[in-house]
Every structure is written in structure tokens, then in C-alpha cells.
Design a protein around this ligand. Structure first.
Ligand SMILES: *Cc1c(COP(=O)(O)O)cnc(C)c1O
Length: 394
């Protein structure tokens, strides 16, 4: 690695003075959590995407859990998920005692394939959780058509796809429940954090309660059932009821202040990621044994990842060897993802075995995510391309 070069991780945050000032303001204020920044962030996020409601929670995983619970997923239900995703997509189904059903993906994009989803449906199917892998939105019209025919719900794990569009419509508005993560490698960060967007008032209220222990302060007589039987009156200032089992999934004002400052930069962040992806595509298109990520004409990807596929068998070299060599040149790469059902928990608890989703398993053997993040320069991209070509040819 040339001494003048900084290590290039596969992804990282970008923090400027505006972010710092935004967080410091909150530190000097009266509210570190449960204050005004939470609603401000939610409103700004909902307005940015053009959706009615946004619920801030303390991780993308909490967002998935809250959304899956609001969708009514429960014991004995089946939920269709893709295997090429982060484990949290399937875990949120397991949290609720339901069974994740892994459906194989489309070869070109590694997204859920609506035709294959149709083959995974059963009388127990309650929902589909689509994952906008690498930032490319799924074919939501096709998934909704299927869901309508079978009276099931479509949710979007859009943790990779903030800023992406599907047939001109923004991700976050495409299903009844759309989840986002603000982990530092994602498009915008709050350190840890997540969000769910919805335009359904009932789902919104369920999730607001779910993130706060299931507690409600709503004074409408319908919800406040306990007040009748006790001396308390439902309109008393101090009065609250726990209507359902919930969690503490609240996001603090500190995190939300950072989120607000980051959200103002989202368009720049996404635009730069698109430039980087285009530059990789241009410079790697003729690279032997390498398959580049493809984009459907109806999609505008937000490029959370730039996952290439390398035919390591024909190359006669292992992925580990290539990754180690790149690391030695100052380049971090990662594998997104090990098919979720191959993890020991899923094999043991649910009896899943190799061979379930052949396209996903074949892709897993070949996947390698190259660095992509806002502050990468064109020179950084060219350096990665040069090093990769060298390593593959040597
Ligand atoms: C990041 C991510 C999550 C989980 O988000 P956390 O904020 O880390 O809990 C879930 N699903 C996908 C696809 C992700 O990339």
C-alpha cells in the first residue's frame, strides 16, 4: 500500500461540521432523549420521501421487528424472505415465532424473483419481506399483484436503498411498511438507528407504541380500556396504559440531530455513490471472469454496495487469497451475503440445508463488494480498479 494512501474500507460514514454542531446543540439542551429532535427527524424524513408517517427507532433491526409486528406476523405464520440479505431480515420473522421461508433470487440482480415467490406461497403465508439488495429496488408492482391475489402483505427491507426509485417512485413509499437503517455504512447515519415509513395511520400508531413498551397515552375511550374499572380517568395528565407487549426501541435526540444534519446531505450522498458505481462499471466492464452488478431499466439504484461476482473456480484462486492481497494494498472488501439459511442457527432451529436456493448459493461463492462511500475520490476508484486487475492477472 503506497504510504500516501489511506485504507479504503468497503463502506464508511461522512461527517462534517454541520453534523457535529447539530449534535452539540442537543448536548447543551434539556433533552437528550424523548425531546423535539425525534419528531423533527421523523417529519423531515417523511417529507423527504413523500410519505405520511415515519417512526424513528434505535436500529434497522428494531425497524424490521416493529414493522413485522405491526403487520400482524405471529406464531405459525410463514413469511417469504430472500436468502441474500443481512440476517436481521429473517430474524425479525423468527422474533415473532413465525417461520422464514427462503425464496431463491433473480440471477441478474439477486433480488426476490416474483415468479419464484409464487412457488413459495402456502396457506400459512402472511407476508413477503422484499430486500432492495445493494440499493436496487425490487419489482414491487409484480410483488403487490401476487400479494393482492393471495391476500398477503408486502414489506420492504429498504436498508440498502434510501434514495433509490422504482418506476420513478421513491423507495420508502412503495409498500405499507418500509424499513431503513442508519448504521455508519448506510447512506446516512445516526451511529445506530432506524426508521419505518408508512402511510397507514393504524400501522403507524402500533409502531409508535411498540417502540415504547407498548405504552399508549391516547385518550380515546376505545383504547383506554382500564380507566373504566379504576379510579383513574383516561384524560388525567399522568395516566397511561400498556396495551400490548413492546420494547424500548426509542432513538435518542442526539442520534436524531445527527440524522437531521445527514438527511440534508442525502441527495449529494446518493449522487456521488451513483458516480462511483458508474466509474467502476465503465472501468471493469471488460475485466475477464468478472460479472458486474446489473440494473433494470425501471430502477434507479442508490448503490449501498457495489457487489461484483468473480468466477474463482476458473480463476483457480480462492476468494480469501484475493481479499487478503487487496487488503495488503489498502483495500477493504466484504462478502454480501452468506445465504441466511446456511447460518448454524437456521440449520439447527429450522432444519435448512445446502441446495435450497441454488442461485443464491452460487452467487455467494462469487460475491465480492468493492469499496463505495461518499468521500471516495475518482482516484480512489481508479486505484481499486487497477489493484483488482493486477491481483486477478497475477
Ligand atoms: C443494515 C441492515 C439491517 C439492520 O440494520 P441495523 O441498523 O444494523 O440493525 C437490516 N437489513 C439489511 C438489509 C441491512 O443492510
Amino acid at each position: 500500500m503506497p504510504p500516501s494512501r489511506k485504507f479504503l474500507p468497503y463502506g464508511r460514514q461522512f461527517i462534517d461540521d454541520d453534523d457535529v454542531a447539530s449534535v452539540v446543540d442537543v448536548l447543551r439542551s434539556d433533552w437528550l432523549t424523548c425531546g423535539p429532535k425525534v419528531e423533527e427527524f421523523e417529519r423531515a424524513f417523511a417529507a423527504k420521501l413523500g410519505v405520511e408517517y415515519a417512526v424513528a427507532v434505535n436500529s434497522g433491526t428494531a425497524a424490521l421487528h416493529a414493522a413485522a409486528c405491526a403487520a400482524g406476523i405471529g406464531p405459525d405464520d410463514e413469511v417469504i424472505v430472500p436468502p441474500i440479505t443481512f440476517v436481521a431480515t429473517a430474524n425479525c420473522v423468527a422474533f415473532l415465532g413465525a417461520r422464514p421461508i427462503f425464496c431463491d433470487v433473480e440471477q441478474s440482480t439477486l433480488l426476490l424473483d416474483p415468479q419464484k415467490v409464487a412457488g413459495c406461497l402456502s396457506p400459512r403465508t402472511k407476508a413477503i419481506i422484499a430486500v432492495d439488495y445493494a440499493g436496487h429496488p425490487c419489482d414491487y408492482d409484480a410483488l403487490h399483484e401476487l400479494a393482492r391475489q393471495h391476500n398477503i402483505m408486502v414489506m420492504a427491507d429498504a436498508c440498502h436503498a434510501l434514495g433509490a426509485t422504482y418506476r420513478g417512485r421513491p423507495v420508502g413509499t412503495l409498500t405499507a411498511l418500509n424499513t431503513f437503517s442508519f448504521h455508519p455504512v448506510k447512506h446516512i447515519t445516526t451511529a445506530e438507528g432506524g426508521m419505518i415509513t408508512t402511510s397507514d395511520r393504524v400501522l403507524y400508531q402500533r409502531m409508535m407504541e411498540f417502540r415504547n413498551h407498548g405504552i399508549t397515552r391516547r385518550t380515546d375511550a376505545f383504547e383506554m380500556t382500564m380507566a373504566d374499572t379504576m379510579t383513574a380517568s383516561a384524560d388525567a395528565m399522568w395516566y397511561y396504559e400498556m396495551q400490548a407487549l413492546g420494547y424500548n426501541y426509542r432513538l435518542s435526540d442526539l442520534n436524531c440531530a445527527l440524522g437531521l444534519a445527514q438527511l440534508r446531505k442525502l441527495d449529494r450522498f446518493v449522487a456521488r455513490r451513483r458516480e462511483i458505481a458508474d466509474r467502476y462499471t465503465e472501468r471493469l466492464v471488460d475485466c475477464p471472469l468478472v460479472t458486474l452488478p446489473s440494473v433494470h431499466p425501471w430502477a434507479e439504484s442508490a448503490w449501498h454496495l457495489y457487489p461484483i461476482r468473480i468466477d474463482f473456480t476458473r480463476l483457480r484462486r480462492s476468494r480469501a487469497e484475493i481479499m487478503n492481497k487487496l487488503r495488503g494494498m489498502g483495500i477493504g472488501t466484504q462478502v454480501h451475503y452468506i445465504p441466511v439459511y446456511l447460518h448454524p442457527y437456521y440449520r439447527r432451529r429450522w432444519g435448512y440445508k445446502n441446495g435450497l436456493c441454488p442461485i443464491a448459493e452460487k452467487a455467494y461463492e462469487q460475491l465480492l463488494s468493492l469499496p463505495i462511500f461518499y468521500s471516495m475520490t475518482d482516484d480512489d476508484v481508479d486505484y481499486v480498479v487497477d489493484c483488482l486487475r493486477k491481483v486477478l492477472a497475477s
